[in-house]
Design a protein around this ligand. Sequence first.
Ligand SMILES: [Zn+2]
Length: 92
Amino acid sequence: MYRGLVASGGIFAIFAVFLIVLDLYVPLGVSVFGLPIAIVGAVMFAAGFLRAEPSPPTPHPGKKFCWYCMVQIPENSVECSNCGLHQHDLRV
Ligand SMILES: [Zn+2]
């Protein structure tokens, strides 16, 4: 189960219901968008149960991700070779 996709689909579906109900009380014509958003939300919700949870990104051995630009840099780097910013995971 891909929890992020299930949660996003659920939020889409709730938002679609909100648009449809809102149009009942304040006729703005926004319920036109309710049905397509509800369909997309339902598809995302269902697909979330079928797909596996994606693995988090992991750097190669001996490397780490820069805190700012996410480029892989050597694990003991104090500054990023790409963006030049100080890495805050080192206790110096
Ligand atoms: Zn960087």
